[in-house]
Design a binder for this molecule. Structure first.
Ligand SMILES: *Cc1c(COP(=O)(O)O)cnc(C)c1O
Length: 372
């Protein structure tokens, strides 16, 4: 048997929606993107949405719209994808890494507290694998020091913890619609925020700092546009948005299927030496990862692939990657929990189209190679 690491969920309706855009006048940011933003606001319960072309851009635009820049520090967990920290650098600020909870892999609020300095401007937690960071504790910390709170929700469209959903306690939450994410269009992203002003500024920054976008210039009689500030170029076009609009209606059903697979995996690994991270609250169930003996992890990856099981590593601790080591002087031992997870992690196939038989095959194969 061969079980792919990932298969997407786009259907014929999504494809038809793209074809409709291709037959229309507008290809770039226009009515379909506006429709997606409206529906995403409805789904998240957060009124202001800006669609952009990646989560990385969403986080950078958010930080810049909040006024975070040179001289400022932003607290970021060491166990995440590199973009959670590079967006801070692109905004002109300094990422200050902190360690994570050893069981969930999410930012440890106490480690974040110890990292606060007079230069700290924001905390940027990551909802790793779909499990939300402890937003209530982080909100308290942010209030104590008057810091912004920005969520990396690349893994967590559907999650909830302690009655809190993404975007509800923070200044903004940023999403990725990258090819393998729970809501996907190839490349795309969005920010949601309770503050209308943050969305307005981020929108300006995301399109050259121009006072009107193409749709605004197209409708009605000609009027000059102005350049109000120095901006970037990361707006989401209608072609990509067309893939997203109807997926929103299927999100909960797709989540339910992943939840069933998650339970099947958990049962299959119970009582074995296949360790797993802890799930707290309702996980968005983006990734299913297992933790191997660090001395054997790198040998188990090809063994699983050779048995037909697609694998990935999400993630190795970012402070040990070359650029971070060379730029910030990080070294092994700086963030032991993040390192331990990074040295042990193996991500397994986990998507709604995966069958029960495929899931069982992965369980059997993983149990076999872990036994050695
Ligand atoms: C995928 C991912 C991102 C980056 O998303 P892009 O849309 O590719 O910019 C950021 N953070 C995490 C945790 C991710 O997994």
């Amino acid at each position: 048997m061969k079980v792919e690491f990932y298969r997407h969920n786009l259907d014929e309706q999504d494809i038809a929606n793209v074809v409709k855009v291709l037959h229309s006048v507008f290809l770039t940011t226009g009515p379909v993107t506006a429709e997606f933003e409206r529906r995403f606001a409805e789904y998240t319960g957060v009124p202001n949405v800006l669609a952009v072309n990646s989560c990385t851009a969403a986080m950078q635009m958010t930080l810049m719209a909040l006024g975070v820049g040179p001289g400022d520090e932003v607290i970021v967990p060491a166990m995440t994808f590199i973009a959670s920290a590079t967006c801070v650098v692109h905004a002109g600020a300094t990422p200050v890494l902190v360690d994570v909870d050893p069981e969930t892999g999410c930012m440890d609020p106490e480690a974040a507290r110890r990292a606060v300095t007079p230069r700290t401007k924001a905390i940027l937690p990551v909802h790793l694998y779909g499990v939300m960071a402890d937003m209530k504790a982080l909100r308290v910390l942010a209030d104590e020091h008057k810091l912004f709170l920005v969520e990396d929700c690349a893994h967590c469209v559907e999650g909830e913890r302690d009655g809190v959903r993404p975007g509800h306690l923070s200044d903004a939450a940023c999403y990725s619609f990258y090819a393998t994410k729970n809501l996907a269009c190839g490349e795309g992203g969005a920010l949601i925020t309770r503050h209308e002003e943050v969305a307005r500024k981020a929108k300006l920054l995301s399109l050259h700092g121009m006072s009107k976008n193409a749709a605004g210039r197209y409708h009605g009689l000609y009027q000059h546009w102005d350049m109000l500030t120095l901006g970037w170029k990361c707006n989401l076009d209608d072609i990509h948005s067309a893939l997203l609009v109807d997926q929103l209606g299927r999100l909960d059903a797709l989540w339910a299927r992943r939840n069933t697979l998650w339970k099947r995996y958990e049962q299959g690994f119970e009582g074995t030496n296949v360790a797993r991270p802890k799930v707290v609250g309702k996980s968005g169930h983006h990734l299913y990862t297992v933790w191997a003996d660090p001395a054997r992890r790198d040998a188990l990856l090809p063994a699983l692939q050779q048995a037909g099981v697609g694998v990935a590593v999400n993630f190795r601790a970012i402070h040990l990657l070359e650029w971070f080591r060379e730029t910030f002087g990080f070294k092994p031992g700086d963030f032991p929990n993040a390192e331990a997870i990074g040295d042990r992690t193996i991500s397994l196939p986990f998507y709604p189209k995966m069958t029960d038989a495929e899931c069982d095959y992965v369980i059997e194969t993983v149990r076999g190679v872990f036994k050695g």
